[in-house]
Design a binder for this molecule. Structure first.
Ligand SMILES: *Cc1c(COP(=O)(O)O)cnc(C)c1O
Length: 363
């Protein structure tokens, strides 16, 4: 089988040229006679891989000097605990905005350690929109948002004003998808496997004043940001190979216009797909206008109930046979979802719409 157009929500498609470079260097990286998978993370050959990846994140995201960039393990989900453990210190209280599965999971984990105030929610309408929270005040150690909701396909088109309260955002599924003003946030994090590389590494961008030597009592060493700041992401063995691939993806992003270039490309793709969905009598997008993700586009057909289940299955199966892979919706939501991360091409989206048109006519 030829390579497919891969619409997976994560791990997801990577730029083909990155995969080819990795393949070419697999047995012998840069004349070392070793694969990057085989070399010591403390070696002279490996050191530039991690330092350049860090510098590239800093450059492409315009990260100021008073922020540290870390490459950690444990996925996005480990951040659900690290954030309250390290930031929930003064008031032992944080504000969370409930916008879907990932925001809920983060809040549930934080509740194990601190008090959580849910200051807004979009659960009333099945998480199909982002609540408008203009201004947050109160005795909070931080305010937490999930900037792009991978499962529901919603995205913040504004940044809540939290004044002096640090704003924390999960950008796992939208990192470097368009320009973002890092200075508005105290902490940003993203698991790499959506938009930045393979699973196994999580990028954390944390402002200096939030890095504490004394997190909540009992916090493990590995869950203390300071440990990884002091160790320059090498307190223990980092996910060496994943970081190497992330570095290559970052180079690819830079070559293709950086965050601005990605934004332009992603708007083109998303506009093309939403425009088709909004003008279709067969399909409809589930996320409301004004809250729609550029990266994850869930949609349904006009069918309901058991008929819908059957038609959705048929769609996913026939799409896969046509070389359009992984279009099934999240198991909690059903329907279909097209994830169109940075590496997905406009050509891929056009092929998808072509297939959707044909399927609609036949069904
Ligand atoms: C995938 C995802 C996560 C969870 O990431 P893991 O690396 O699997 O722990 C968290 N938040 C968002 C927004 C995601 O898309």
């Amino acid at each position: 089988m030829d390579r497919v157009y891969n619409f997976s929500a994560g791990p997801s498609c990577l730029p083909e040229e990155v995969l080819k470079e990795c393949a070419a260097e697999m047995l012998n990286y840069n004349g070392t006679g070793q694969s990057v998978m085989e070399m010591s993370h403390r070696s002279a050959a490996y050191k530039p891989i991690i330092t350049e990846a860090e510098a590239k994140v800093r450059k492409l995201m315009n990260v100021p000097d008073n922020y540290k960039i870390l490459f950690l393990q444990g996925g996005g989900s480990t951040q659900f605990a690290m954030i309250p453990l390290n930031l929930g210190l003064k008031f032992k209280k944080a504000a969370y905005i409930r916008t879907g599965v990932w925001a809920k999971k983060a809040a549930a984990e934080a509740k194990k350690f601190i008090t959580v105030d849910e200051i807004a929610s979009s659960e009333d309408k099945g998480f199909s929109y982002i609540p408008r929270v203009e201004k947050v005040t109160g005795d909070y150690d931080y305010v937490y948002i999930c900037f792009n909701n991978t499962i529901m396909g919603t995205h913040y088109e504004y940044i809540p004003d939290t004044g002096d309260i640090p704003l924390v955002a999960d950008i796992s599924s939208c990192i470097l998808s368009e320009p973002l003003d890092v200075t508005k946030f105290g902490l940003l994090y993203a698991g790499a496997q959506k938009n930045l590389g393979p699973a196994g590494v999580t990028v954390v961008i944390i402002r200096d004043d939030l890095i504490t030597e004394t997190p909540l009592a009992g916090t493990p060493t590995m869950l203390t940001y300071k440990t990884h700041v002091d160790g320059e992401s090498m307190y223990n063995t980092p996910p060496c190979y994943a970081i190497y691939v992330v570095g290559k993806v970052l180079n690819w992003i830079e070559k293709n216009g950086g965050a601005e270039g990605m934004g332009k490309r992603n708007h083109e793709k998303a506009d093309y797909l939403y425009n088709y969905l909004d003008n279709s009598s067969f399909y409809h997008a589930t996320a409301e206008k004004g809250s729609r993700s550029l990266m994850n586009v869930p949609f349904l057909t006009k069918y309901t109930g058991e008929e819908a289940d059957a038609i959705n299955k048929k769609f996913v199966k026939e799409a896969a046979a046509a070389g359009l892979a992984n279009l099934g919706g999240h198991r909690l939501v059903g329907g279909m979802r097209a994830s169109i991360y940075n590496a997905m091409t406009l050509e891929g989206v056009k092929k998808l719409v072509e297939f959707m048109e044909k399927f609609a006519k036949e069904n």
